[in-house]
Design a protein around this ligand. Sequence first.
Ligand code: ZN
Length: 413
Amino acid sequence: MIALIIAGLIVLKLAVQFWLDWLNHRHVLAHANAVPEAFKEVIDPATYAKSIQYTLAKSRFGRVEDTYDTAVLLAVLFSGVLPWTFSIFTGWFGTPAWAMAACLFVIGMTLSLSGLPFNWYADFHLEQRFGFNTANAQTWWADRLKGLLLALALGYPLLVLVLKFVEWTGAWWWLWAWGALLGFQLVMAGLAPVLILPLFNKFTPLPEGGLRDRLLALAERAGFRARAIEVMDGSKRSRHSNAFFTGLGRFRKIVLFDTLVQQLSGPELEAVLAHEIAHFKLKHILKNLLLSATASLGAFYLVSLLARADWFCRSFGFEPGNLAPALFLFGLLAGAASFWCSPLAHGWSRRCEYQADAFAVRVMNTPQPLIAALRRLNEKNLSNLTPHPLYSGFYYSHPTLLERRQALLCLPA
Ligand SMILES: [Zn+2]
């Protein structure tokens, strides 16, 4: 019965995804014939038509991928393959933490292998067709291999530690596991920019000169002591452009994609930088960290309850009392459950974006460079300019160009 309800909820999620997609598809086509008024001066009809083609192609691909993911999830949950794999592992090695963690790791790897053909298609067909992909097969496979080795070197020991806490601390394991995860995340936030990101990309300090002086002066005006502004070779993989903030304390730095530096003018880059600094100054980064820490505390507590719950474990063919399968089942189901919370999470994220935009305008004294930068980025990334509001509610972490422009123009001067 429980199994049936869970399966029903998973299928319901797919149905809602299809419905949202259908709404969005109609909405986009209804606006497809003419460039919307607000974009007339910035986007030519050919680019606009291309952005619609890109949106529709992505949504076709998304429907196939969502269906496949749902089928795989249902098969893994209800075919009996999980208890079967666990029984093989326990038959060979017993139930020490390292063996249980290895079992979870092998199942997790197999699952992510099953998604590889889709990842490949997305990069080498979809993105390629619209001129975004710049990666070659060698870079692509190297990325996957590095990801696997990192998971093995960092994820596996963490998993063993979490399972070990059950032996060491008994009923309170979930609190200890949460503390360990939090400590790990903090250490990684500090070390990733130094140890991990360079494995995937090359970072070079922004060269001395006009642009660097301009951006450092802007950071100073925004009340932010920039340790470093670096340029990342994002063009190695894609023509999509971005900027982000990374590191903690002394190691924090601002990273601009080389594609962004090529696409934007000096004042536009200043505006983007001011927006990124705003996320830091307005404590969005800290608040997000606290929110995710609270969520993971709740998640660990929930797993501790589920691992002991008869109805939960038996629905999937396990005996209650074993943490490893409960942890894995929770991981699989959390993905499906978080979909329903995404409008809330995205609502929060969009609020932060508006606040960061307003901060950037205060620093720049004018909204124009930010508006110009957003327009250019939308054009270069072929973003969907006219998503259906329900669709963007579920899937967009940032307001659309039109919403941001309207908010920017309404700010008090
Ligand atoms: Zn932002």
